[in-house]
Design a protein. Structure first.
Length: 130
């Protein structure tokens, strides 16, 4: 049986509130679970102590038996110091312009720098002549 430490939603519409539970991975999100070990309230400020609460002994026990935390629960457990912090994936490159647009801006910058160099040489030659 593969165990997961995950969140089960119990909040009202547009007001989420989650239990942190240990459940079989094949069960539905809000379905049957083995044990409730804490809660998470995302509506509270991030620095609020009431935002999340987990029974550390029970969480440590379930981790030692092989339960794997979900991504969000792993982040909460890392804040408590029970597991190592998850690695952050590298930023995607979708926000960057495409290759053709990058080439155009690079060419425009190069031509602008060449134009400023030629202007500087004209100015230098006039100063040398006077």
């Amino acid at each position: 049986m593969s165990l997961r430490i995950r969140m089960s939603r119990i909040g009202a519409k547009k007001h989420p509130y989650y239990r942190i539970v240990v459940a079989d991975s094949r069960q539905p999100r809000d379905g049957r679970f083995l044990e409730k070990i804490g809660y998470f309230d995302p509506m509270r400020p991030k620095d609020s102590p009431e935002r999340s609460n987990i029974n550390q002994e029970r969480a440590q026990y379930w981790l030692s038996v092989g339960a794997k935390p979900s991504d969000r629960v792993e982040k909460i457990l890392a804040e408590m110091g029970l597991v190592a912090a998850p690695k952050r994936s590298e930023q995607t490159k979708q926000h960057l312009p495409k290759a053709k647009a990058q080439r155009r801006t690079r060419e425009a910058a190069e031509s602008a720098s060449e134009a400023s160099k030629s202007d500087n040489t004209k100015i230098d030659s006039k100063e040398a002549a006077s």
